[in-house]
Design a protein around this ligand. Structure first.
Ligand code: SAM
Length: 228
C-alpha cells in the first residue's frame, strides 16, 4: 500500500475506547449482539459456501464466527487488540477464520479478492473524508459483483430536526441498551456518525450500485454492489 505523511492514523481509538478491557468484557451484553441475527443477516446478504468475506470493525467476533460456518474463508479485521483477543477466543481455532489487526484505511486484501465485506457499527469512527477513502479501498478489494454491507448510526432527517433526533436517540440508548447517557453523548460529540445521504453519495461516487437502503430511526443500512 502506498503511504503518505498525511495519511490518517486509523489505529487510534476515537470516542469509546475499545482497547479498554472493561469495555470489551461488557460489550456483548451492552450491545445486545446475537449469533442468530447475524446468521440471518449473512443469509440475507447471500453468503455462500464458495465465498470469501471480511468483516471490518469485527469487535468481539459474533458475526465472523457465524460467517465461517457458512463460507470458504473469513477475515475479521479490527484496530483493537483487546477486541481481537475476544474474537479469537470465540472463534476457537476455526481453520477458515483469520484475523488482522488493522482498520478501514490500513487493512490488507488483494484487489478483487472478496465476495462480501461487512462493516457493522464501526465506520462512524472515521471522519467523512476518510469514510470515502475507506469505501474506495473496500471497492478495490471486492470482486466485480461483490457486495458491501454497512450498518451504522446515520441521520436521515432535516438539519432542523438533528438536535431532537440525537437527544431522542440518547434517551432511547439509556432505556434499551447497556449504554449510559454519557456514552451516548460522547458518540454524538466525539465520533463521526454522518448523514445517510452522505454515505449514499460516497458509495455511488466510488462506483457502487445501491442495492438496498433501510433506515430504522437513526440506524441506517446500505447494501451496495460493485458492478460486474
Ligand atoms: C461498536 S464496535 C462494533 C463491533 C461489531 N462490528 C458489532 O457490530 O458488534 C466498533 C468496533 O470498531 C472498531 N474500530 C474502531 N475504529 C476502527 C477503524 N478505524 N477501523 C476498523 N475498526 C475500527 C473498534 O475497535 C470496535 O471493535
Amino acid at each position: 500500500m502506498q503511504t503518505y505523511d498525511w495519511w490518517y492514523d486509523d489505529g487510534r481509538q476515537v470516542g469509546l475506547d475499545f482497547e479498554d478491557e472493561t469495555q470489551v468484557a461488557t460489550y456483548d451484553a451492552r450491545q445486545g449482539g446475537s449469533a442468530e441475527r447475524d446468521r440471518q443477516l449473512l443469509g440475507h446478504l447471500g453468503l455462500k459456501p464458495d465465498m470469501t468475506m471480511a468483516d471490518i470493525g469485527c469487535g468481539t467476533g459474533i458475526l465472523v464466527r457465524e460467517a465461517a460456518a457458512m463460507c470458504r474463508a473469513v477475515v475479521g479485521i479490527d484496530v483493537s487488540a483487546a477486541m481481537l483477543a475476544a474474537a479469537k477466543e470465540r472463534a476457537g481455532g476455526l481453520g477458515n477464520l483469520s484475523f488482522q489487526r488493522a482498520g478501514f484505511l490500513s487493512f490488507e486484501a488483494d484487489e478483487q479478492s472478496l465476495d462480501l465485506i461487512t462493516a457493522k457499527n464501526a465506520l462512524h469512527h472515521l471522519p467523512d473524508f476518510w469514510k470515502a477513502m475507506a469505501f474506495a479501498r473496500m471497492y478495490a478489494a471486492l470482486k466485480p459483483g461483490g457486495r458491501l454491507y454497512v450498518r451504522d448510526v446515520m441521520f436521515d432527517v432535516a438539519p432542523q430536526a438533528l438536535a431532537q433526533t440525537a437527544e431522542d436517540w440518547i434517551i432511547w440508548l439509556t432505556q434499551n441498551t447497556g449504554y449510559s447517557r454519557a456514552e451516548g453523548a460522547a458518540h454524538i460529540r466525539e465520533e463521526y456518525s454522518t448523514f445517510a445521504w452522505a454515505i449514499e453519495r460516497m458509495l455511488t461516487d466510488c462506483g457502487f450500485r445501491i442495492v438496498e437502503h433501510v433506515q430504522d430511526g437513526v440506524y441506517g443500512t446500505f447494501l451496495a454492489q460493485r458492478p460486474s
